[in-house]
Every structure is written in structure tokens, then in C-alpha cells.
Design a protein around this ligand. Structure first.
Ligand SMILES: *[C@@H]1O[C@H](CO)[C@@H](O)[C@H](O)[C@H]1NC(C)=O
Ligand SMILES: *[C@@H]1O[C@H](CO)[C@@H](O)[C@H](O)[C@H]1NC(C)=O
Length: 319
């Protein structure tokens, strides 16, 4: 089905500053696919700017709004404030990466993002009055792993290396639980083999990258399932990010892009913002899948939620 060009306008922002009883507090952890570069020492989220600072859409790597921005301006059914700890280049634990390919100065790995969460939003030392979150009204969303794989996929010992990363990942999840978080959304690592950069790989390398992403996600989902069993009071949803990327990749012209591999820093002319980062439409498709998976504070009523093509699995290559 043809896909209508989306309107880009933000939801009309309310000017009311009254406390909303039904407010949801969303904590995001991850890398450049999620970052808005919230500075916890700056402005806190308000109705006017639910990401606090900088101004919407924040400092993203998407050429505009990324998936968390959509969650708190377009797919929210109630007031949702975002506290975004994601940073460009982030890995789970940088001590597990011996030769990093890419480390921007803004990087905080997931371990340190959770520490910063602890230092800013919890009772250590004082729970802030501007974020009266509880286990009931707060959700942590975690989307990471792309840089871990990007830094390590060519070296040997993949399953064991991923096992160490996932162990550290789940230790941070346990820390969030200890700090009072009870609701979690886990996004699987993105199919980065679809990016323009990795589409240029030879068949053997490309297939290896696919198997790295698959292996990481298989281990992640198994660990999340175990966490769910051992933490029956937690509410947990997992979101496979593969279909969002594949839907766009397999139908680029439906999203106004000439090809599946062109990129443009305006975020909209092509599916990709640059050779490694998704633009507006893929980010929106990810948000759609998160909104559908969670329900409750999030709902998607837009055309994009129902009229996009179902993607088919992306095959490995023979040449
Ligand atoms: C969604 O969030 C925006 C931005 O904070 C807000 O203006 C809007 O009222 C919210 N939508 C609903 C249905 O609460
Ligand atoms: C949170 O920070 C406090 C104070 O630094 C520390 O004692 C505590 O162990 C931390 N908690 C977690 C779960 O990381």
C-alpha cells in the first residue's frame, strides 16, 4: 500500500504548567539512535518541552525528531516527560571494548548512563521534586548494542564476547530495578547491516555482521526472559527493531526516498541521515512499534501505524 507523506508538525504544545496526575516518566538509555543530549544540570522537562533541554527535537543523529521525540510528542496518550541518558557512540561497557572504532566526547556507556541516572533522578542523594516518579508511573527504555557490535564484529569469539556484554547489560537493568524502576522496554539492537555504510561490505563480511546482530539479540532476549521470570513484579516488553528498518528498506519510495541506500542530512529526502544513522521515517517506524508494544501511555492512531507493508526477512548474500 502506498504510504502518505507524513505531516511534520509537532503536536500543539500546551502552555499549562499544572501537575498532571497521569503523567508518565520515560527514562531512555542508549546510543546515537536515541540521543537528544539532555543535560541533567539544565532545564528539566515541562509541558512546553517534554525533553527538558535542548529545544525539541533535541540534538539527534536523525536530522530531526528521533523515536523518543515521537514517543513524547506524537504517540503519547498522556503527558510524558523524557529523561534521556542516551549518548552518541555509547556501548554497554567501554572496558569490554579494546580498540574502539568510534568514541565521541559525549559518550557515556550504559554503565555510566545508569550511574548518572542514579546521581540525578533517585534518592542518592535526594529524589528531585521535579521528577516525582514511582515504579508505577515510570518506564525505562533501553536501545543499545549497535556500537558494541560495530567495534567488535570482525574479531573472533563472538558468542562469548556478546555474553560478557549482555551480562554487563543485565547488571545495569538490575541496578535500575534496585533503584525502583519496575517497567522496562527493551529494543533489540538495530539491523545495522542495512545502513548504507554496511551495505557496501563484501558478502562474507555482510553475512558475518548479520550473524553478529542476530547472536547479540538472541542472547539479549534470552536474558530479558530470564529477568522477567526472576522479577515477577516487573512489567516488560521487548520490541524487535528489525521490522521498522526492513519496512523502510524494502519500500524506500513509499517514504519519499529514491533508493534504500541514499542518505541526506535533512533526514527526510532519504531513509538515512548519513551512512550509519536512520532518518525521520525509520525513527518514526521504531516509535510506532514501541507505542504498539506498550499501549497505555502510548498509542499510535496515525496512518503509518496500519498501512505500511509487512517486511520480509533480509537474506544473507551469496555475492
Ligand atoms: C503529548 O505530549 C505533548 C508534549 O508534551 C503534549 O502537549 C500533549 O498534550 C500530549 N498529548 C496528550 C494526549 O496528552
Ligand atoms: C546509587 O548511588 C549510591 C550513591 O553513590 C550508591 O551507594 C548506590 O550503590 C548506587 N546504586 C546503584 C544501584 O547503582
Amino acid at each position: 500500500m502506498r504510504f502518505p507523506i507524513l505531516t511534520t508538525a509537532l503536536a500543539v504544545l500546551s502552555t499549562s504548567s499544572t501537575l498532571v496526575a497521569g503523567r508518565t516518566y520515560l527514562f531512555a538509555f542508549g546510543d546515537s539512535y536515541s540521543k537528544t543530549l539532555w543535560d541533567p544540570t539544565g532545564a528539566v522537562p515541562t509541558e512546553q518541552n517534554p525533553i527538558g533541554n535542548p529545544a525539541l527535537p533535541g540534538s539527534t543523529s536523525a536530522g530531526g525528531m528521533n523515536w523518543v521525540g515521537f514517543m513524547v510528542t506524537k504517540f503519547n496518550t498522556t503527558s510524558v516527560f523524557l529523561y534521556n541518558f542516551a549518548r552518541g557512540g555509547a556501548v554497554v561497557d567501554k572496558t569490554l571494548i579494546t580498540n574502539p572504532v568510534f568514541y565521541p566526547t559525549e559518550t557515556l556507556d550504559f554503565v555510566h548512563q545508569v550511574q548518572l541516572f542514579n546521581d540525578t533522578l533517585t534518592k542518592h542523594p535526594t529524589k528531585p521534586t521535579w521528577a516525582p516518579w514511582t515504579g508505577q508511573n515510570a518506564i525505562a527504555a533501553i536501545w543499545i548494542g549497535g556500537n558494541d557490535i560495530r567495534n567488535t564484529w570482525t574479531i573472533l569469539d563472538m558468542p562469548n564476547r556478546h555474553k560478557r556484554m549482555i551480562t554487563r547489560y543485565m547488571e545495569q537493568v538490575e541496578n535500575l530495578y534496585t533503584l525502583g524502576v519496575r517497567k522496562f522496554i527493551f529494543l533489540t539492537t538495530a539491523p545495522t547491516y542495512l545502513t548504507p555504510l554496511q551495505q557496501k561490505l563484501t558478502a562474507a563480511k555482510y553475512n558475518r555482521l548479520i550473524s553478529a546482530v542476530t547472536n547479540f539479540n538472541t542472547q539479549l532476549l534470552a536474558s530479558v526472559a530470564a529477568f522477567k521470570t526472576s522479577h515477577p513484579k516487573a512489567t516488560i516488553r521487548t520490541v524487535d527493531t528489525g521490522p521498522a528498518f526492513m519496512t523502510a528498506f524494502q519500500n524506500p519510495t513509499d517514504f519519499g526516498a529514491a533508493t534504500a541506500t541514499c542518505y541526506n542530512s535533512d533526514g527526510k529526502t532519504c531513509l538515512w541521515f548519513n551512512d550509519y544513522h536512520p532518518g525521520y521515517y525509520i525513527e518514526e517506524l521504531v516509535a510506532v512499534d514501541v507505542a504498539k508494544a506498550w499501549g497505555g501511555s502510548f498509542q499510535c492512531k496515525e496512518a503509518i501505524c496500519s498501512n505500511t507493508a509487512s517486511p520480509t526477512p533480509v537474506p544473507t548474500r551469496t555475492a
